[in-house]
Design a protein around this ligand. Structure first.
Ligand code: SF4
Length: 99
């Protein structure tokens, strides 16, 4: 069974509060590659590496990973220290990989 945006929205609604989240206010580092703005995959990967380093010292890493681990479908952004896999082609869908 494949997940839908409704599944994703439901999961977000159940997200823990994570009051110590270091990503708060840092979405520009964690968001997926912004192809529309002309961002390259290399630029996004560099940005995601910074985000993953932030995750590595985040006091909420354990609960964040426990919650975000339910996402088995591809995501384009960084969450819980996981970064999108490099895409082989522009049309490929990114997958999560351990950082
Ligand atoms: S582990 Fe990363 S994505 Fe999760 S709350 Fe911390 S900074 Fe945010």
């Amino acid at each position: 069974m494949s997940a839908t945006w409704a599944d994703f929205a439901a999961a977000l609604a159940e997200a823990p509060s994570l009051p110590g989240a270091l990503c708060r206010g840092q979405h520009h580092l964690f968001d997926g590659c912004d192809f529309e703005a002309g961002e390259t995959r290399t630029e996004a990967a560099e940005r995601h590496a910074v985000a993953a380093r932030i995750c590595s010292v985040c006091p909420e890493l354990a609960p964040c990973r426990a919650w975000s681990g339910q996402f088995s479908y591809p995501l384009a952004h960084v969450i819980g220290g996981r970064v999108p896999a490099a895409r082989r082609r522009t049309t490929d869908t990114p997958t999560l990989e351990e950082s």
